[in-house]
Design a protein. Structure first.
Length: 298
């Protein structure tokens, strides 16, 4: 069973093995009278195990729940908490428009068993920043100012503890994913993340880590951009570019087929197009994966 990791006094990360598709890292901060949770999980079963893990640390109610972005592996379980859900205004909009559960059957194998989980988007939203207080602990919720992983990313910064919950602006052990955000924006956001001078990073997937993880992300994003620039100049599609590519140092990261999804985003960034055709992008990712649905253990 996945277990909470105390990364600082009263501050916990909850990494779920193995951090691949739909298997995220959450967290929580314990006060004297209540608890603030950071993200929920993709399925009813995983969210119930997360709630049990919180109860195993402190028998206190979760009164506030922060969403770092709208993706279902971080929001579908919101409804299982009797808590005020807080997030960026774009997170609310995208969560209300999300259709990933309806289309998941053809994309992932095994198909996640979502359980009965009604949509429960943030009811408290903000555009730039919001400060929460957990007793004497200050939790600063900050939007990075540009699309990166999504258009509604939020970090949770605990300055006294030097802990930064990054959501999916950081992946530890998995291939970064920026299909619904921006590759160039993600490079800009790395400077934003470095500016906190955090000692501990709690990523959106994988185990807590150190600031060095940002160097890997920078190399990966620059690799994707170089690949996209060269392939577009030669008239290749994102799938053709991915098939030609040598992932090199990134080949051991989980979910390597995300190179196709990220190339779709990089092509859009370079051409000034707004949204990626998600159906085409995932069809190409499955083609890159030998025609097999993407592996998922959620």
């Amino acid at each position: 069973m996945d277990k909470p990791v105390e990364v600082a006094d009263r501050v916990y990360a909850y990494p779920q093995h193995d951090g691949s598709w739909w298997v995220n890292t959450t967290g929580f901060v314990v006060g004297r009278r209540d608890i603030v949770a950071i993200d929920s999980c993709a399925t009813r079963g995983r969210t119930e195990r997360f709630r049990a893990a919180i109860a195993g640390v402190a028998d206190l109610p979760v009164t506030r729940l922060v969403n770092t972005h709208h993706h279902g592996d971080h929001t579908y379980g919101n409804a299982l908490f009797d808590a005020t859900v807080i997030g960026h205004e774009n997170c609310r909009t995208e969560a209300l428009n999300d259709r990933a559960r309806e289309e998941a059957g053809a994309l992932w194998s095994p198909t996640p068993d979502w359980g009965d989980l009604p949509v429960d988007p943030p009811s408290v939203t903000f555009s730039h920043s919001l400060t929460l207080h957990v007793d004497d602990l200050r939790m600063e919720l900050i939007h990075p100012g540009t699309p990166a992983h999504t258009r509604g990313d939020v970090v949770c910064w605990l300055p006294e503890q030097r802990v930064l919950f990054t959501g999916d602006l950081v992946f530890n052990g998995g291939t970064p994913l920026v299909m619904q955000g921006s590759v160039t924006g993600s490079l800009e956001v790395l400077r934003f993340l470095r500016g906190f001078h955090a000692e501990i990073f709690v990523p959106g997937h994988g185990a807590p880590t150190t600031p060095d993880i940002l160097d890997l992300h920078e190399r990966y994003y620059r690799f994707v951009l170089r690949l996209a620039e060269d392939a577009r100049a030669r008239g290749l599609t994102p799938l053709e570019a991915a098939r030609e590519s040598d992932l090199g140092e990134f080949s051991d990261l989980l979910d390597p087929e995300r190179i196709v999804l990220n190339l779709h985003r990089a092509y859009a960034d370079l051409s000034g197009v707004g949204d990626v055709d998600l159906r085409q992008a995932f069809a190409d990712a499955i083609a890159y994966n030998g025609g097999r649905p993407l592996h998922c253990i959620a």
